[in-house]
Design a protein around this ligand. Structure first.
Ligand SMILES: [Zn+2]
Length: 87
């Protein structure tokens, strides 16, 4: 569950989102893998450019863009790749 989001120049990149996840009790950097024109050529069953087909979730302590400290506790490094649509 998203509790709050972090806003800085990271938001200029639409595929990135930095937020606090209440359930995990951690700040998360999420990046979205969106369907590109090239993906559509290679995988005809994909339908729309911009659809999110997979996400990467990374626990972070500091924002990697503006350097703001987000998490005051010690962060356990964790990475998850979640596939939303098979392609
Ligand atoms: Zn930032």
């Amino acid at each position: 569950m998203i509790n709050s989001t972090h806003s800085c120049q990271a938001q200029q990149h639409l595929s990135l989102c930095i937020y606090f996840d209440d359930e995990r009790d951690d700040w998360i950097l999420q990046f979205n893998h969106e369907v590109t024109a090239e993906n559509l050529e290679n995988y005809p069953h994909l339908e729309t450019i911009g659809d999110i087909i997979a996400i990467g979730i990374l626990t972070i302590q500091y924002c990697p863009y503006c350097g703001e400290r987000l998490n005051n506790k010690k962060v356990t490094p964790d990475y998850q790749h979640v596939v939303l649509s098979h392609w």
